[in-house]
Design a protein around this ligand. Structure first.
Ligand code: ATR
Length: 281
């Protein structure tokens, strides 16, 4: 099901729906399949669904969900930064990132968290067990909601150096190391992360060309659909180590589940559900 703001406003409260993801666009989200599998595995009699919420509806939608006794929410594009102003409190994970992707609704209060950053670090550790983040020079492309969380998490993980590049330079928050030239920054990085939306459409042109990459580099694309993004096509051709955003989607979702329910997430069931959903998509 795909719901809208009007559905929330006219909610009769009878449905077992108590969790959801707000975004625009939202139809592509695989979070419902992943979170509903977790709810079933843990015998929690409630559902998680997608809501198409426009930017001008965000604040009211969060308040409605709170008043309707929702357990929690995820926010995705384009709400991760704007969401900071729509909650009652911010956890330090959201403060550090300057963005949030998870809201816990409890005792009439909306608290904002960020699980993208810790989800990214867990994903990288899972995909590349040999990559020691501590000694890694990272280049993050894109400083929207996802990029900010990844930059903050890399700093916390003790990365050797974190450099950022953004199409619109003026949007880069103060205090970050900004790439002067993209080819130079790529040459100097061990791990390159795409946190822009470039690649969501398979016809997009990669920001980085294969000639800029080397086999010893790691390339992580936060996009998971298409499975092989334009950037990963370039990275593969250069012989670099590649991963798409599937693992980050899983780990940020598992951490959100843990915040909502104060219990370990059934990560194997969530992973299986995601695989099935991605196959069917
Ligand atoms: P998310 O929450 O997924 O991070 P977002 O906050 O909307 O999404 O951020 C999107 C990112 O993709 C931004 O860094 C954006 O760059 P700008 O700040 O210049 O808008 C980046 N992006 C989108 N389209 C792009 C393009 N064609 N080339 C380069 N960067 C692009």
């Amino acid at each position: 099901m795909l719901y809208t703001f009007d559905d929330l406003a006219e909610w009769n409260g009878d449905t077992p729906l108590r969790l959801g993801v707000f975004g625009a666009p939202i139809a592509h989200s695989l979070s419902p399949q992943m979170q509903n599998a977790a709810l079933i595995a843990c015998d929690l009699p409630m559902r998680y669904e997608r809501f198409h919420i426009r930017p001008d509806e965000l604040s009211a939608a969060i308040h409605l969900a709170r008043d309707l006794n929702f357990v929690g929410l995820n926010l995705t594009v384009p709400h991760k930064i704007a969401g900071l102003r729509c909650v009652d409190k911010l956890d330090r994970s959201a403060l550090a990132a300057g963005a949030l992707n998870t809201i816990v609704l409890r005792d009439g209060t909306a608290v904002g968290f960020n699980t993208d950053g810790s989800g990214f670090v867990a994903a990288v550790r899972e995909v590349w067990s040999g990559l020691e983040l501590k000694n890694t020079r990272v280049l993050v492309l894109g400083i929207g909601g996802a990029g900010r969380a990844i930059v903050a998490a890399c700093a916390t993980a003790g990365c050797d150096k974190v450099v950022v590049w953004n199409r619109t330079r003026t949007k880069i928050p103060d205090g970050l190391v900004v790439a002067e030239s993209l080819p130079e920054a790529v040459a100097q990085a061990d791990l390159i992360v795409n946190a822009t939306s470039v690649g969501l459409s398979a016809s997009d042109v990669s920001l980085i060309d294969r000639a800029m990459l080397r086999p010893e580099q790691f390339v992580y694309d936060t996009i998971y659909r298409p499975v092989v993004t334009p950037l990963l096509t370039e990275a593969r051709a250069a012989g670099a180590k590649c991963a798409n955003g599937f693992s980050m989607l899983l780990h940020q979702g598992a951490r959100a589940f843990e915040l909502w329910f104060d219990r370990a997430a059934p990560i194997d069931e969530m992973r299986r559900a995601l695989w099935l959903a991605a196959e069917a998509a």
